[in-house]
Design a protein around this ligand. Structure first.
Ligand code: ACM
Length: 674
């Protein structure tokens, strides 16, 4: 057989992003507020051009759009913005940029597509950016070529603050990781990068005023100021604000390696290599601390132009405060009742510094305290009730509780979380207006540059939709259908959430014939919440190169199997789907035998053997259960004893992995027992 040329292969791979059905309009994610389909289509061929009109200089944006369209279709296009008014896509934008972009910038746009051409209109460049993403997601194909369906789209976001938080401290995230994630964010209309830049485990920004911060606190892994400016500019071009977080007064060990004089306990300090909550904290009672932070914030305020500055403020244990007699004396003298009030005193001092440098304060929900004025933003992570409570008291807030991507929950789980959640109690209209939006959080204890994209994407797209689209957009099956499509789009802008999977599996297998390992990995998921830390000790130096690091947070194969089982058990399965169920079980039954040569003597898979065996054993049981249910016979005592034992064993985590098909097989088993 003649192999296809690499060019044909690449073009075919790109085409697969484009859905060959007429309903491409239904694929857009996040779902626009209004879409009205018209008759006719706009063909996309090599004559495609873009022109720009209005006050804005949008030529660079037009050219980037043409490059992306070329990549999507494989059609060579002229990538210069056209001067000719009769272009295929006309961008019209009348307002000059607000620099820096404000949190409440108008992002609405109108897109009108007819068979003659398309027009994208917005008051701001940010609106144009959001509209371009819709246009590119509307590109489909039919038997004759590429096209966009004629339609009118009128769209605007539900929430103004739609963020992704990336922890660059627990594991270092180089510039290219941040940039490609900014591209992914723009694709799903997210508009805030919350960049977590200091921690017990690393201080990640060059400071010229306090050079020992990055020199002694980062192992050499920090962003230079030029790199920060480059990323901030890259984000701004994509309509994304960059909010830096310098966590204080806790989570500060790495600051104190170079500057122990601002700590509450004498030190010496080292960069922390383990995960957890530590006692190191700034001394909130000494003027030197505020002098230091004033100088530091002055420097960082110039580097980060956004109006907001995140001060962290989470998980202050207070132990070092309790152990310091001068701090205790300060509390007594100033009638400070407890450590939370002492933290509020610290926050008030920091707020004054931030205001002096033209910044607004945002912090994790521990900063919420009646001593703080109403012009701070409370970032809820411990539970949605903190958001509701602070909003009722007049504080603005954003939600991350329920949006923690490192908890390895399903997209459906995150999709069900809403910053305005009536199930936790009715919020007044006034309180609702205080809720600015939310952020997906990517904490980096168990991610590396190699697999971080796969932990963020595509699940963050479901959160992006929750934050952009109307509250009534809630259909979970429909979300998963579009998530699969947007996931492929996300790879076209450089994310590696799909490609890294194959690369990691190949390395683990030690062979390019890793198909059986993929079969196994397709049906497992990493353990949830904070269980990973309980499976074996981890430090910053533990290689993240095991099956658990390759496995996706959500197994599509297991979800599909669960659907097949549900159809089967409710008697609604078609013959074709029944064949799929049988073929799937047969593949899994034989998989362990195929895994054996990969497992033997493989140091990266020491603990995978029993998991692999269980996949095959559970598939044998499922196939047997189908036989029993089909023939309406009963299980023998021997079968019951064996199946109970195997299923109990199979649902336990091994190698920090869960076999996600077990719950469905248990469902079949309980029906067979009736
Ligand atoms: C946090 O997760 N400690 C904000």
């Amino acid at each position: 057989m003649k192999m296809p040329s690499i060019r044909v292969f690449i073009i075919t791979a790109m085409l697969s992003v484009l859905t060959p059905i007429a309903m491409v309009a239904q694929n857009v994610m996040p779902r626009p507020s209004q879409m009205e389909k018209k008759d006719g289509i706009l063909r996309i061929d090599s004559s495609f051009t873009i022109s720009v009109h209005g006050q804005q200089k949008l030529e660079a944006l037009a050219e980037r759009t043409l490059v992306r369209l070329q990549k999507l279709t494989g059609i060579p296009l002229s990538t210069k913005a056209s001067k000719n008014p009769r272009t295929t896509l006309e961008m019209v934008c009348d307002k000059y940029d607000e620099k820096p972009q404000l949190f409440n910038t108008d992002e609405s746009y109108m897109l009108a597509v007819t068979s003659e051409g398309a027009q994208l209109k917005a008051a701001t460049r940010q609106g144009i950016l959001r509209g371009i993403e819709t246009f590119l997601q509307l590109v489909g194909r039919d038997a004759s070529g590429f096209y966009v369906t004629s339609m009118n789209v009128n769209d605007s976001p539900r929430f103004q603050w739609r963020g992704l938080h990336i922890d660059a401290c627990r594991h270092w995230m180089p510039v290219d990781v941040i940039k490609r994630n900014l591209d992914g964010m723009a694709l799903v209309k997210m508009n805030v990068l919350h960049w977590h830049l200091s921690e017990d485990q690393g201080f990640r920004v060059e400071s010229k005023r306090f050079p020992k911060l990055h020199e002694m606190g980062s192992d050499g892994n920090y962003y230079t100021q030029d790199q920060v400016r480059e990323i901030v500019a890259y984000a701004a071009e994509r309509g994304i604000r960059v909010v830096p977080e310098f966590d204080m007064p806790g989570h500060t060990s790495a600051w104190f390696v170079g500057y122990p004089e601002i700590a509450s306990a004498p030190g010496p300090y080292q960069i922390v290599r383990k995960w957890g909550v530590f006692d190191a904290s700034m001394d909130p009672t000494r003027e030197e601390t505020y002098k230091f932070l004033d100088d530091f914030i002055r420097e960082m305020s110039k580097l980060f132009p956004d109006e907001y500055f995140h001060i962290g403020g989470d998980e202050v244990t207070g132990k070092h405060w309790d152990q310091n007699s001068a701090i205790q004396e300060f509390k007594r003298k100033n009638s400070i009742a407890d450590n939370h009030a002492l933290q509020a005193y610290f926050n008030k001092r920091i707020l004054a510094i931030l205001k002096k440098h033209g910044k607004k304060m945002i912090g994790w929900d521990e900063i919420f305290h009646p001593d703080l004025p109403k012009d701070i933003v409370v970032h809820s992570w411990r539970g949605q009730k903190y958001l509701a409570k602070s909003a009722e008291q007049g504080y603005q807030g954003i939600l991350s509780a329920g949006f923690y991507l490192d908890h390895i929950k399903t997209a459906a789980f995150h999709y069900a979380v809403d910053p305005i959640d009536s199930t936790i109690g009715a919020l007044s209209a006034e309180a609702q207006s205080k809720i600015l939006g939310g952020e997906a959080c990517m904490w980096a204890e168990y991610v590396s540059p190699e697999n971080v994209d796969s932990r963020i994407w595509p699940r963050a797209a479901a959160i992006a939709e929750r934050l952009w689209s109307r509250a009534t957009v809630r259909d979970v099956d429909e979300m998963y259908r579009r998530l699969e499509i947007v996931s492929k789009h996300l790879e076209t802008v450089g994310l590696t959430h799909r490609t890294s999977y194959a690369q990691m599996l190949e390395r683990i297998a030690g062979s390019n014939d890793y198909a059986p390992l993929k079969v196994l990995c397709d049906v497992v998921e990493p353990v949830k919440n904070y269980d990973r830390g309980r499976t074996r000790p981890h430090t910053q130096f533990t290689p993240l190169n095991r099956l658990v690091d390759a496995a996706r947070p959500e197994s599509d194969a297991a979800r599909e199997f669960n659907r097949l089982v549900d159809e089967y058990l409710t008697g609604k399965i078609s013959n074709a789907r029944m064949n799929t169920l049988n073929e799937t079980l047969s593949l899994w039954k034989g998989n362990h035998a195929r895994m054996e040569s990969l497992l033997s003597g493989n140091f990266l898979m020491g603990d995978i053997d029993s998991l692999s065996r269980d996949l095959s054993d559970v598939a044998v049981i499922a196939a047997k259960l189908v036989e029993v249910l089909d023939s309406r016979t009963v299980l023998t005592d021997g079968q019951r004893t064996l199946y109970t034992k195997v299923l109990e064993r199979a649902e336990k985590q091994r190698a920090a992995l869960l076999l996600m098909i077990v719950p469905s097989v248990k469902k079949m088993y309980s029906v067979a027992l009736q």
